[in-house]
Design a protein around this ligand. Structure first.
Ligand code: CTP
Ligand code: MG
Length: 176
């Protein structure tokens, strides 16, 4: 059980890191350059910026690189990442986050409004979609049904905890 939990967490680290790093480093030019969609509402909104995207993805890849090194060189007995898998997971996490914001705006939700379930699973959906499309062999080499179930339970718990911490230390405007 503990090893399944550890494996699930290890697989997801490159996808978990980008969101909090984007919250800390984000700001500046919005990805949609302030433009509206055909419904006259913002495409993504001011909460999705180039700096957040670039710093978040870079941080996820950096952590993944450290994980690759720990498993390869220090022989830690945990799932093996590759440069491709960590890049796809990190980028996918924030593309999932952007896709969520796109649909939030279409539903008329303002920046920062809570959207339960979507807020917690956007990163999982985005990360898995990207890695399944571009490196399915890696997914099938590390993933088991128990690990998948643990990821689905662990992610909302971690998401909520990290956001509450982010809110308390005033990095995030909302505790979700
Ligand atoms: N952030 C960023 N660029 C990104 C993602 C996040 O700059 N690609 C930063 C923004 O400052 C954002 C904060 O991280 O306000 C928190 O992210 P999130 O909760 O995803 O954004 P919200 O502000 O809640 O906006 P939305 O309603 O669109 O989700
Ligand atoms: Mg938010």
């Amino acid at each position: 059980m503990l090893s399944t939990l550890l494996a699930a967490f290890w697989i997801m680290v490159p996808a978990y890191v980008p969101n909090p790093v984007a919250a800390v480093c984000g700001g500046g030019t919005p990805i949609d350059f302030g433009r509206n969609f055909s419904d006259k509402k913002r495409i993504f909104g001011d909460g999705k910026t180039y700096r957040g995207l670039v710093c978040g993805v870079a941080a996820g890849i950096l952590c993944g690189g450290l994980q690759i090194w720990l498993v390869t060189t220090c022989h830690w007995d945990l799932p093996q990442h590759t440069l491709v898998s960590v890049s796809l997971l990190a980028l996918g996490a924030l593309l999932g986050d952007m896709a969520k914001s796109f649909f939030k705006r279409r539903l008329g939700k303002e920046r920062g409004d809570a959207w339960p379930i979507a807020d917690q699973y956007d990163l999982v959906a985005g990360a898995f979609l990207l890695v399944l499309v571009f490196d399915p062999a890696w997914v099938f080499s590390v993933m088991t049904l128990p690990i998948l179930i643990v990821i689905l339970v662990l992610t909302p718990v971690l998401h909520r905890s990290v956001n509450i911490i982010g809110y308390r230390i005033k990095v995030k405007k909302e505790p979700w």
